[in-house]
Design a protein around this ligand. Sequence first.
Ligand code: FES
Length: 105
Amino acid sequence: MPSDPWVYVLDEQELCDSRPRVVRPRGVPVLLIKKKGEIYALTNKCSHMGCPLDCGTLTGFVLECPCHDWKYDIRTGVFLGAAEISLKAYEWRITEKRVFIKIEV
Ligand code: FES
């Protein structure tokens, strides 16, 4: 029987606006970003050379990688320099103020 893909990661109140948090459901590095009341869940690995994005700079909805300055739109995960490149986005949900991320194994 397949296991439940929804993994609890943290309580909603632990997410502060514009302050990205790294969580690791089933060992997968996921960057959670709360921005203007919305939540975005993206891989924490840059599409360029894999640098962790949690040390990057968030300006509005644009996240800049700390290693070589690639910029991504957190709403879509798309790299601003080439639309065919994007960060993996994860589905998320909140149940009873607890945040879950869907991790397919
Ligand atoms: S690893 Fe992110 S821009 Fe190079």
